[in-house]
Design a protein around this ligand. Structure first.
Ligand code: CA
Length: 320
């Protein structure tokens, strides 16, 4: 059985890897890519999505819808200090390629309404588009089968501040809106899950590089800037929160432990903007989300490595 889905992304580094999973995994039926303001400049993110489609040989097959270019009430803040251009300096001729005329929020609302209860959404950037779809269509949360969110930390450290993970920090109002909207939502947090179980150290990166495929070359290149940043902050490898999010949707058997939590997001704190309060059931709050706590880390790495070993034929020449 295939998994029909939309990926909502701020395409840079591991977002590209998540797109690769959705483009190559036979289980995945990727219906659209929706773009949201996040990691790097908006137009650069679109280019990174084209680069990813291209390396999988699927350029022109998946519609890209452009979404919100800034958070709901705040100014956009980038993570270019972490990701550079988000694609390791890779580039290509994008002439003749055009995103859809339909706005991402309209596409999310329409596609979910066209097949109620069937479509999953993997949200791996700030939650602006998802929240705006909730605002626009009160039936959106009900029409979506499952929402998989990369964001927040489960009573752990942040990455953009001590308290907050980037996606929730950039648009905390959107994140708060989404957790109050009644989705069937699964959360893949930054800490501890990603930091403990989805970091690829040098040995794994060497093994991926040795595959020698267009995809493995692309992977190493796209992850290079983030690897340098990660090492500068004491993380010994590349981090894969976004591809982990899509992977556990396609292969729930990768989840070793998950639990129900009440998740809410701080919008007013002086020091804690974007903090995810994940309450584990002892505070009298009704659970509204499933939070993944532990995965089969070796299985996740093997899964990605297996996909990167696939010999693809890029549609256009990749330059750098
Ligand atoms: Ca992302």
């Amino acid at each position: 059985m295939t998994v029909p889905l939309i990926i909502d992304t701020d395409t840079a580094q591991d977002d590209c890897v998540a797109l690769i999973t959705a483009l190559l995994d036979p289980v995945a039926d990727l219906r659209a890519i929706t773009m949201v303001a996040g990691n790097v400049g908006f137009d650069r993110q679109v280019r990174n999505a084209y680069l990813t489609l291209n390396v999988t040989g699927r350029l022109g097959e998946i519609p890209i819808h452009l979404g919100c270019r800034r958070p709901m009430v705040r100014e956009w803040e980038s993570a270019e200090n972490v990701h550079g251009d988000g694609a390791g300096g890779l580039d290509m001729d994008v002439s003749g390629l055009a995103p859809e005329a339909e706005h991402a929020v309209d596409a999310l609302v329409r596609l979910a309404a066209e097949s109620p209860g069937e479509l999953s959404v993997v949200a791996i950037g700030p939650l602006t588009n998802i929240a705006m779809a909730v605002v626009k269509d009160p039936g959106f949360a009900r029409n979506v089968k499952t929402l998989y969110v990369m964001g927040g930390s489960n009573n752990g450290r942040g990455n953009i501040t001590a308290a907050a993970e980037f996606n929730f920090y950039v648009d905390p109002e959107a994140a708060k809106t989404v957790f109050a909207a009644g989705f069937d939502v699964t959360v893949i947090p930054w800490d501890p899950l990603t930091l403990r179980q989805a970091v690829f150290g040098q040995e794994r990166l060497d093994a991926i590089a040795a595959l020698g495929t267009p995809l493995s070359d692309f992977f190493i290149r796209v992850c290079a800037a983030t690897l340098e940043f990660d090492r500068s902050v004491g993380i010994d490898g590349t981090t894969h929160p976004d591809s982990l999010t899509s992977a556990v949707l396609f292969h729930p058997e990768l989840v070793r432990r998950a639990a129900r939590y009440h998740v809410d997001v701080e919008t007013g704190g002086e020091l804690t903007r974007g903090y995810s309060a994940m309450s584990w059931g002892v505070h009298g709050l009704t659970a509204n989300a499933t939070v993944v706590e532990e995965i089969d880390a070796e299985g996740f790495y093997s899964y990605l490595k297996g996909l990167l070993a696939v010999e693809t034929k890029p549609n256009r020449t990749i330059s750098f």
